[in-house]
Write a protein that binds this ligand. Sequence first.
Ligand code: R5P
Length: 293
Amino acid sequence: MNDSELKIIPGKASQLLAARIAAQLGCEVALCEFKRFPDGELYTRIIDDIEGKHAVIVQSLIADSDLIALLQLIDAAADEASRLSAVIPYLGYARQDKKFKHGEAVSIRAIAKCICASTALDSIFVVNVHDPHELRYFEVKPEELDASAIIGDYITEMGIDPVVIGPDGGAEDLARSVAVPHGFDYDVLQKKRLAGDLVEIKPKELNVSGRNIVIVDDIISTGGTIAEASRILREQGAREVYVFCVHGLFVQNAIMRLHHAGIKEVVSTDTVESAFSRVSVAELIANSLSSLK
Ligand code: R5P
């Protein structure tokens, strides 16, 4: 593929990351316009000419309106571009990937159908989805990119010889893939029922007393999961507790919650842009785009 034919189309939710990806690839970022009509409806326009280009839309799905804007960008680009890819660094709604109760929507399935409705879309990239099984709902199967090596590299530079801990079983794969290539110990917190309503939560295998901890999770939303994990690990004698997530949403009072939980440092990637986005997935995404045939 000739990189000069690529044109990055930055969605409103991923402007900085889109620019970083373009810088990695040495290609242009298209000028776009986003506004709302007086009734609240979104207006989206790709101002630059993308005729005959391989258009790569970069848009995380954080707010509901991000999905509308993504669909609008796909529709606008499909009329002009010779080829169309979508990079969805944070795929929102992925935690509702089944019916937990009768009558519920499988939200990620509904969203996958909308995104794949455009026949012009020929590739999709996502970063660390909540559960890779949900990607089966997409007609154009997304390629899942894994930020765990970037996280592991950052932790190595911290020089803290940590135990990497997943706050629950769902985070075990992430903890493993962050820890193992870098030679860190890893474990997950496990709930054990001792008797009746007496429950003990502690690391499955390791003694964390006196050890530095890095808790890793795919998403921080309200910060409740991480704050509770930090409290448990401190009770077990952990030294400093650091936190790393791929997608940092930090909703409600998450930042205060994490602060009060005595966490030394919180780091996330830039799939969701915030003050905690200290590492970028731009190179990871750029490498995958440049290897497209
Ligand atoms: C849940 O399954 C996810 O992996 C995260 O642990 C969860 O979304 C974190 O949410 P919160 O920050 O609100 O506890």
